[in-house]
Design a protein around this ligand. Structure first.
Ligand code: SF4
Ligand code: FES
Length: 322
């Protein structure tokens, strides 16, 4: 099995592992940010360039460095490879440039965007971005596209990561969606509206790293840091039924898939669970969700005992099952 060293930490990984996957195996302190790669998708990555790293030694057989930064989500580990991520000033400067490009046309509407507080671009900009834009030109705008009663598309916020395209591709039967045009005028096409009827279409909301695809049933209801996420499940015939409920008081404001430490959905959920099951009685509550301590959502520390929810019956059922 090939061995790779990333930011001074050596790890042995299965053949075919990418640098990004190897870095994630080591841990968050060496893992590059990823705006388009998504491990739950069969195809993803290679678009955003936020995951760039420097390969200072190609392999034991060929120790030459790679001449340019490489996308770690698309570059396989070679035995003896040495990689620099956070330890390289050059990588940090290059990533700053990538973030500047991603933000060129992105509107500054975080104060009214539902994704604020759980937006990967917001985090990326905070950690790697510049304080000011140097862009003097008019930002790109689009005609509004209505993609149905449940999902809101804000094309101006889209960073063209293709995650929603690949998600729809993977979860629906026919490929009737995509990105139209190229370069500055590229856009998620109206074809995506054709997928919105699919039972699993709501998952595009969860994979979108920015606020380009949001849940209309949650729109403008609350800032996310005022809500309390709780893991819950139900018997569902269409999906795993394992979700995250976002409470405000006793009201379920929205239902999403559960996400792992990389911010990726663990199990796809169906539209019925997501949009039509917003009563506490629909769910068996398991307890407060694990939230990254760096997330603004975790500012809202809470314990199940302190949640003003009538979960007594559900907890009894869980104990009985055990
Ligand atoms: S709508 Fe969201 S998920 Fe789809 S390409 Fe744009 S940023 Fe990515
Ligand atoms: S995460 Fe690697 S190019 Fe986007």
């Amino acid at each position: 099995m090939p061995k790779v060293t990333i930011d001074g930490v050596e790890i042995e990984v299965p053949k075919g592992t990418t640098i990004l996957q190897a870095a994630r195996m080591i841990g968050k302190h060496v893992a590059p940010p990823a705006m388009c790669y998504y491990s739950k998708l069969d195809v993803s990555g290679g678009y955003c360039r936020t995951c760039i790293v420097r390969v200072t030694k190609g392999s034991a057989a060929n120790p030459n460095p790679m001449p340019k930064p490489v996308a770690s989500c698309r570059t396989e580990v070679m035995d003896g490879m040495v990689v620099e991520n956070f330890t390289s000033e050059q990588v940090l400067a290059d990533r700053k440039g990538v973030v500047e490009f991603l933000l060129l046309n992105h509107p500054l509407d975080c104060p009214v965007c539902d994704q604020a507080g759980e937006c990967s671009l917001q985090d990326l900009g905070y950690e790697n971005g510049a304080e000011k834009t140097r862009y003097d030109f008019e930002r790109r705008t689009f005609e509004k596209i209505d993609i149905g009663p449940k999902i809101q598309l804000h094309m101006t916020r889209c960073i063209l990561c293709y995650r929603c395209v690949h998600t729809a591709d993977q979860l629906t039967e026919k490929r009737v969606h995509g990105v139209l045009n190229r370069g500055e005028v590229s856009e998620i096409s109206t074809y995506i509206a054709a997928n919105i009827d699919n039972e699993l279409s709501g998952n595009v909301i969860d994979v979108c790293p920015v606020g380009a695809l949001t849940d209309k049933t949650f729109r403008f209801k609350s800032r996310v840091w005022f809500t309390k996420p709780v893991d819950a499940h139900r018997d569902c015939k269409k999906c795993a039924g394992k979700v995250r409920l976002w409470f405000k008081g006793e009201e379920v404001l929205r239902v999403t898939g559960r996400k792992d430490q990389w911010g990726e959905v663990i199990d796809w959920i169906c539209n019925e669970c997501r949009f039509d099951r917003k009563n506490l009685s629909d769910w068996i509550v398991e307890g407060p969700s694990r939230i990254d301590p760096h997330s603004v959502i975790s500012q809202n520390q809470y314990e199940l005992a302190k949640l003003k929810l009538d979960t007594g019956e559900q907890l009894k059922k869980i104990k009985e099952k055990k």
